[in-house]
Design a protein around this ligand. Structure first.
Ligand code: SF4
Length: 196
């Protein structure tokens, strides 16, 4: 049976020869990846794998942190600035608006309310959602290092360190995709992991 079908159909019941139906695994996702027009420019970053095959096997739970803090659509873009370990999220054209604390506060509340999710798919390179290698600019905005983590993504991963998390680009690699879905399956059913 494919890993996708294992995610949708059955839960092994102890002592029961017949597996019983169960709920689909819930997976959080950056809303723009589902085609929602929530980006700063009013566009989206629809991911055909997420909206196609994966949507049949998972219950996808979308959120846009920037819309969640009331930034509006369209809105001035933001970027990460300062210490790559703890950067600030400020405006690109005008650094005066600093939305770091609002994003942190939203992320803490949202992650606490997520309930029984079993994975998360994040938008690559986003100052809010990127899970690694996000550009962090120096205070003058002249140079940037790809060492940052999005403000929302950092809270998510620090709060739920065992949660399977992936960026959308990795879903197009069959090996990385199966690895992610296997981890979701294990997390969802709390299956024992070989060697642990
Ligand atoms: S990357 Fe995150 S913050 Fe940016 S538009 Fe997508 S969901 Fe919203």
């Amino acid at each position: 049976m494919s890993i996708e079908k294992q995610l949708i159909c059955t839960r092994p019941a102890p002592g029961d020869e017949q597996a019983v139906p169960c709920a689909r695994a819930r997976v959080g996702v950056s809303a723009c990846l589902l085609g929602q027009r929530v980006r700063f420019d009013g566009g989206h970053k629809r991911n055909d794998f997420l909206t196609g095959p994966l949507a049949d096997f998972l219950e996808l739970v979308p959120v846009c942190p920037e819309v969640g803090i009331g930034m509006g659509i369209p809105r001035p873009p933001i970027r990460l600035v300062g210490d790559p370990e703890r950067p600030r999220a400020v405006g690109v054209d005008d650094a005066t608006p600093d939305v770091t604390e609002r994003l942190l506060s939203f992320a803490r509340r949202h992650v606490a309310a997520l309930g029984d999710i079993s994975g998360y798919v994040l938008k690559r390179n986003s100052p809010s959602c990127g899970m690694e290698g996000v550009k962090v600019h120096d205070s003058k905005g002249t140079t940037a290092e790809r060492r940052g983590i999005g403000i929302f993504a950092r809270v998510l991963m620090e709060t739920k360190p065992l949660l399977p998390v992936v960026e959308e680009a990795q879903l197009h690699d069959p090996v990385l995709r199966e690895h992610f879905l296997t981890r979701v399956l294990v997390y969802h059913f709390r299956l024992p992991v070989a060697g642990m």
